[in-house]
Design a protein around this ligand. Structure first.
Ligand code: ZN
Length: 216
């Protein structure tokens, strides 16, 4: 396993812990029955060998891809907010995410950059990708995903301000309709000092333009 795959596995394990007692929805067969109906409607034979297990797999897949609804924010934070005397910008960028567009139930995916300026409190760095994940693993539109991440941090940390920028490719744009491969949508949400102070916003955007360290 590559380090990234390992991280992802660890993350999925942890997010499942954070789902708490409820866990994934227990099967009542309704999703399976609905997927079977879809297969019939598109002219397929749901009983052929390749499709026989598909309704159950789709059910499990949706449970996983929408696990964010069942994450308990308190468990996710797990006390990882610390008092510090630090008031410079904290930036976490290139956070990969996968979400589902609520209009088509097709994936959209890309990267998020999250920044804030503390007011006496910081959050454990590993928590920021988890917050992104909690909101990404739901049916979403990119604008709301961006806003929810910003609002969550603003509400929990009460920092001087928050900035979130998300860049994503939407399969519903690439695969169907206007078919524009390579189209990337950018959304941003700026709160507090990131909204009121041009210099702060410019500093944040400059961080995003910088290439990550490593071989060129
Ligand atoms: Zn869509």
């Amino acid at each position: 396993m590559s380090p990234t795959e390992h991280d992802l596995r660890a993350f999925v394990d942890e997010i499942e812990l954070e789902m708490g007692e409820d866990g994934p929805p227990t099967g009542n067969g309704k999703v399976e029955a609905a997927v079977r109906e879809i297969l019939l409607e598109i002219g397929e034979d749901p009983d052929r060998p390749g499709l026989a297990g598909t309704p159950e797999r789709v059910h499990r897949m949706y449970a996983e891809l929408t696990a964010g609804y069942r994450v308990d924010p308190e468990r996710l934070l797990n006390g990882a907010i610390f008092k510090v005397d630090y008031s410079e910008m904290v930036v976490v960028r290139d956070i990969p995410f996968y979400s589902l567009c609520e209009h088509h139930l097709l994936p959209f995916f890309g990267t998020a950059a999250v920044a804030y300026i503390p007011r006496g409190r910081v959050i454990g760095l590993s928590k920021i990708p988890r917050i992104v994940e909690m909101y990404a693993r739901r049916l979403q539109i990119q604008e709301r995903l961006t806003q929810q991440i910003a609002d969550f941090l603003q509400g929990r940390l009460e920092p001087q301000g928050v900035g979130v920028v998300i860049e994503a490719t939407h399969l519903c744009t690439v695969m169907r309709g206007i078919r524009k491969p390579g189209t990337i949508m950018t959304t941003s949400s700026v709160l507090g000092i990131f909204r009121s102070r041009d210099k702060t916003r410019a500093e944040f955007l400059a961080h995003l333009e910088r290439r990550p360290p490593g071989p060129a």
